[in-house]
Design a protein around this ligand. Structure first.
Ligand SMILES: Nc1ncnc2c1ncn2[C@@H]1O[C@H](COP(=O)(O)OP(=O)(O)OP(=O)(O)O)[C@@H](O)[C@H]1O
Ligand SMILES: Cc1ncsc1CCO
Length: 269
């Protein structure tokens, strides 16, 4: 993916239909990745629409009795602790284990990990069973997972003494995974290297769920490529889509972001 701009809607649509025609002429189904999301009830609709906007196919489902079957249909699993409960923790553990067994990417968004002891405990329980391919969080959540002192409230990022690059590297090492810490600067690390991204806009924090959506988009991207550079490029495009969307004001932001995700070709899935 390269960082081109401009309205690419027409080109993208043509590209997608061309891809579909080519796939059909080869008697193959188009490879739309299915992302199984166990997410929070605040953002579920926004996340589903964002996934569709980038050419993925979402399926939301958190019933214990079916999550393993849903994983069998899926190409990636996105777990989000935003409105976590005992029931959904059980579902996330089962889905996570099934996804490990199947070998598909698993993304965890430990929303509010520092807000309560219960959330931190739930995050660690889910991590142990789902062994995330990638953890996407804000700096406050990263600090909580690392036991680093932090000033923050609820699901907000908050502030602390440790810089984002150090947090990202340490968190990736602690859980042997890839980490994306979002904020004014986004940090992407595998525990050895740290890449950054500077696109985005502070107003993206004035609309609930831009981080949650990002986590599920990452799950979709990982079905194609897991390199840090590709993740960085996706972050670049997502941030730019956000910059465009804030021009529509806070009231129009969510819809504008969906449009911008298509126009920025955030990922040609
Ligand atoms: N100050 C900022 N300047 C530019 N971009 C920002 C800023 N803060 C956040 N962003 C962007 O907003 C998006 C969401 O990141 P954020 O860190 O706010 O997630 P979050 O706290 O998990 O959000 P939520 O819990 O509402 O889903 C990312 O793409 C990030 O780059
Ligand atoms: C506001 C809120 N509360 C729990 S989850 C969520 C969505 C953003 O993380």
């Amino acid at each position: 993916m390269s960082g081109t701009s401009g309205n690419k809607r027409g080109l993208r649509r043509l590209g997608m239909s061309e891809m579909r025609c080519r796939a059909m002429s080869n008697n193959k189904q188009p490879t739309t990745p299915i992302v199984h999301c166990i997410t929070n009830y605040v953002v579920a609709n926004f996340v589903a629409n964002g996934l569709v906007a980038i050419g993925a196919s979402p399926i939301m489902g958190d019933e214990e009795r079916e999550v393993e079957d849903l994983v069998q249909l899926a190409d990636a699993l996105s777990l989000n602790l935003g409105t976590v409960s005992e029931r959904t923790v059980r579902s996330m553990k089962l889905a996570g284990e099934a996804a490990v067994k199947k070998g598909i990417p698993r993304v965890l968004d430990p929303v509010g990990a520092g807000a309560t002891a219960y959330r931190l405990e739930a995050a660690n329980a889910v991590i142990a069973r789902a062994r995330p391919t990638l953890i996407r969080c804000n700096a406050g959540e990263a600090a909580a997972l690392l036991g680093v002192e932090w000033k923050g409230r609820g699901v907000d990022a908050g502030t602390g003494e440790v810089d984002g690059a150090t947090l990202a590297k340490a968190l990736a090492s602690k859980y042997a995974t890839t980490v994306v810490i979002s904020g004014a600067v986004d940090y992407i690390s595998d525990g050895k290297t740290v890449l950054t991204n500077l696109t985005g806009h502070p107003d993206m924090t004035r609309v609930v769920g831009t981080g949650c959506l990002l986590s599920s988009l990452l799950a979709a991207w990982l079905t194609k490529d897991t390199s840090l550079e590709t993740i960085q490029d996706g972050m670049f495009r997502y941030g730019r889509a956000g910059e465009r969307a804030v021009q529509s004001g806070i009231g129009g932001f969510s819809n504008a972001l969906l449009e911008a995700l298509i126009d920025e070709e955030v990922y040609t899935l």
